[in-house]
Design a protein around this ligand. Structure first.
Ligand SMILES: [Zn+2]
Length: 312
């Protein structure tokens, strides 16, 4: 496996990339970030046991943020393999009105220009997986047309989410007095145009999509899924929002304040970390800032830490 940084011609951007084998490449494309996020507006109160090392002490503060101000990114992953061109999550998007999330309101990032720099037009994307339906994961699902209507950004793609995630959101939408502010507006402009169209597919955890195995990661939302990709001798797991920030390598750090079921979210996170450490999986987290790809070492008893990948 090769871990490297690539430059996109014409853009002042360098992207982290993993080459698993001759046929499988994963590129991390931050749609936004790193941004500074107040810790108490993500994970509330943090208390470390005295015997436990604060995982932040083993990190480079410049990379992951101070303990009270965290660095976060919003990473879209592009998987290119024999199964096609697959996007895992869809960022915040372009031109989306998010009045109650000012940092995301009316953004216009270079995501499509980056894809073009990688040699891909929107029509070349075969699959888009939304790990869950929060506004910061579905933004590039759609773009607005000259008719003022939101259309799928990737007209040839199958858009995938878990059936349970969709059912939970449909229940909320049915009982909401108005759908215009659901998911900060994303329900109307980024989710409904997809699920009402022909290119939508709901899956059950365990199903294989484009060569990626879906896994249930409940807690942050009821139906959130992660994805497992195998290539060469490596396994990469796309962890979605099962872990938001490296501080959460500690079991004493609670779930994010955005998690629907905080207790279940912590259980899911610790189980996932145990598996990743035991089996030496590479993790691809949605919200870690660069460097995003890493391994996890340790165990629950002694605590987990990040093991950086070398760069070639
Ligand atoms: Zn998120």
């Amino acid at each position: 496996m090769k871990h490297k940084y690539i430059r996109i011609s014409g853009l002042p951007i360098s992207l982290e990339q993993l080459e698993l084998d001759d046929d499988t490449v994963v590129t991390c494309i931050p749609d936004l970030g790193p941004v500074q996020w107040r810790r108490d507006q993500l994970i509330g109160e943090v208390r470390f046991e005295e015997k436990e090392p604060n995982p932040a002490s083993s990190m480079k503060i410049s990379e992951y943020g101070l303990v009270d101000t965290l660095s976060l990114s919003f990473n879209i992953y592009l998987v290119q393999s024999r199964a096609g061109n697959i996007l895992i999550d869809a960022g915040i998007g372009s031109g989306k009105r998010r009045p109650d999330r000012p940092a995301w309101d009316g953004l216009s990032g270079p995501f499509l220009a980056i894809l073009e720099g990688l040699g891909l037009s929107p029509i070349d994307i075969n699959i888009v997986v939304n790990t869950h339906l929060h506004a910061d994961h579905v933004g590039w699902n759609t773009v607005i047309g000259s008719d003022g209507v939101w259309h799928p950004t990737f007209p040839s793609a199958i858009y995938v989410t878990s059936a349970q995630e969709l059912d939970a959101m449909l229940t909320i939408a049915r009982t909401a007095s108005s759908s215009s502010r659901l998911l900060h507006g994303a329900w109307e402009d980024s989710v409904k145009p997809i699920i009402d169209g022909p290119g939508y597919m709901a899956v059950q955890p365990g199903e294989i999509v484009g060569g990626l195995q879906t896994i249930a990661l409940p807690g942050h939302t009821p139906g959130m899924i992660g994805l497992i990709l195998r290539g060469g001798s490596e396994t990469i797991v796309f962890t979605a929002d099962a872990i938001h920030h490296p501080l959460q390598l500690s079991s004493n750090v609670p779930a994010s304040i955005f998690c629907k079921n905080p207790e279940q979210s912590v259980q899911t996170r610790m189980k996932l970390l145990e598996t990743c450490a035991r089996d030496s999986w590479v993790i691809a987290p949605y919200h870690f800032p660069n460097p995003t790809f890493c391994r996890i070492k340790g165990n629950k008893a002694i605590g987990f830490q990040i093991e950086p990948l070398g760069v070639q």
